[in-house]
Write a protein that binds this ligand. Structure first.
Ligand code: 4NP
Length: 158
C-alpha cells in the first residue's frame, strides 16, 4: 500500500548543479520504495531560470544511472513555503536565504539536506561544484546519494 503523500523541495543557488542532482537521485531512490513523494528543486537565485542542468552534473549523474532529461531551472517562489513539507538547503547560505524569506510559522520546514546524512556526519554542506573540477561533482553525488538514503529512512518513520 502506498503511504501518505509527502513533498520535498531541494534548493541550491542556481538550480543547475546540486539541487537538480538531488532531485534526480532522490526520485530514483524513492521510486524503489512505496513512499508517496512529490519532488521538485529550485534555486535561491534566478540567473539560470529555464536552463537545463549543468552538463558536468548530467555527465557524472548519468554515469551513475540518474535521469536529468526533464529538469529545468526555476527560482524558489513564495508558494513553495506553503506547499512543500520539506524544503532542503544544500549549503548554509541557501539555508539562511530561505529562512530570511520564509514566513515565520513555516520556517520549521527548512532544513539542511545533510541533516539526513548517514555516512558523512561531519559534513554540513553540499559544496558548490560550479567553479571546480570533476572530483567536486563526484563528491556532490556521494553526499547526495547518502543523504537521500537518510531522507528515505526519515520519511518511513512518519
Ligand atoms: P548550484 O551551482 O547552486 O549547485 O546550481 C551554481 C550554479 C551557478 C552558479 C553558482 C553555483 N553561478 O554563479 O552562476
Amino acid at each position: 500500500m502506498s503511504r501518505q503523500l509527502k513533498s520535498v523541495l531541494f534548493v541550491c543557488l542556481g538550480n543547475i548543479c546540486r539541487s537538480p542532482t538531488a532531485h534526480a537521485v532522490f526520485r530514483q531512490k524513492a521510486k524503489g520504495t512505496n513512499l508517496n513523494v512529490e519532488i521538485d528543486s529550485a534555486g535561491t537565485a534566478g540567473y539560470h531560470v529555464g536552463a537545463t542542468p549543468d552538463k558536468r552534473s548530467v555527465k557524472h549523474g548519468v554515469k551513475r544511472g540518474y535521469d536529468f532529461s526533464d529538469l529545468y531551472a526555476r527560482a524558489v517562489s513564495d508558494e513553495d513555503f506553503e506547499h512543500y513539507d520539506y524544503i532542503l538547503a544544500m549549503d548554509n547560505q541557501n539555508y539562511a536565504d530561505l529562512v530570511e524569506r520564509c514566513p515565520k510559522p513555516l520556517r520549521h520546514k527548512i532544513k539542511r539536506f545533510l541533516d539526513f546524512s548517514i555516512k558523512y556526519p561531519e559534513q554540513i554542506e553540499v559544496p558548490d561544484p560550479y567553479y571546480g573540477g570533476a572530483s567536486g561533482f563526484e563528491y556532490v553525488l556521494d553526499l547526495i546519494e547518502d543523504a537521500s538514503d537518510g531522507l528515505i529512512d526519515e520519511l518511513y518513520k512518519l
